[in-house]
Design a protein around this ligand. Structure first.
Ligand SMILES: Nc1ncnc2c1ncn2[C@@H]1O[C@H](COP(=O)(O)OP(=O)(O)O)[C@@H](O)[C@H]1O
Ligand SMILES: O=C(O)C1=C[C@@H](OP(=O)(O)O)[C@@H](O)[C@H](O)C1
Ligand SMILES: [Mg+2]
Length: 167
């Protein structure tokens, strides 16, 4: 059977959605979209600029709009979402209705290491004082959304392919 037309990766910032998403899209032979890149193209601003100049609420509006646009495209695609995308404006329901959602469940310690080395491009993390404590709190807040994904994996491409093959 054909794979779902839309496959979305969800998970914490730093879990590897953008990096792993490209690999998985290649393996599936389908188009890859990074939601943040689409927002940057659409707005003509970088993600840090949007947060600084327009604020997070405006960013969330752009994010939901871009997600809707990509979801409506007819061709099959793999979409790496931003870490907050599933947690606002009913986006998780939209993704679950439109296709298949996969939670990249990278261990929190690994996520904290990665984002600590990579703060400038991540406005949410850049504003954190105690990254470890605040990332842990964010993870606990968001887990309820991420757990609504149809499948969970720690970026194991073979495990994910087996799941998709069995659909
Ligand atoms: N499997 C991996 N092993 C080690 N580092 C990784 C891995 N995947 C991603 N990274 C690094 O972690 C950071 C976050 O990855 P990214 O793909 O941007 O995550 P996300 O899109 O979920 O925020 C980047 O610096 C990236 O190079
Ligand atoms: O977790 C978040 O709210 C965000 C995560 C980022 O994407 P990544 O998860 O790809 O880093 C980006 O959408 C924005 O900085 C907000
Ligand atoms: Mg990303």
């Amino acid at each position: 059977m054909a794979y779902p037309k839309k496959i979305y990766l969800v998970g914490m910032p730093g879990s590897g959605k953008s990096t792993f998403g490209k690999k998985l899209a290649e393996r599936l032979g389908r188009q890859f979209f990074d939601l943040d890149e689409q927002i940057e193209k659409m707005s003509g601003m970088t993600i840090p600029e949007i947060f600084a100049d327009a604020g997070e609420d405006q960013f969330r509006m752009f994010e939901t709009y871009a997600l809707g646009m990509i979801t409506q495209l007819n061709e099959p695609s793999l979409i790496a979402t931003g870490g907050g995308a599933p947690c606002f404006n009913g986006n998780m329901d939209l993704m679950n209705e439109a296709g298949c959602t996969i939670f990249l469940d990278t261990p929190l310690d690994e996520i904290i290491n990665r984002v600590s080395n990579d703060r400038a491009t991540r406005p949410l993390v850049n504003d954190m004082g105690d990254v470890k404590a605040e990332m842990t709190a964010l993870y606990n807040e968001r887990l309820t959304f991420y757990q609504q994904a149809k499948f969970t994996s720690d970026s194991d491409i073979e495990e994910i392919m087996s799941y998709l093959d069995a659909l």
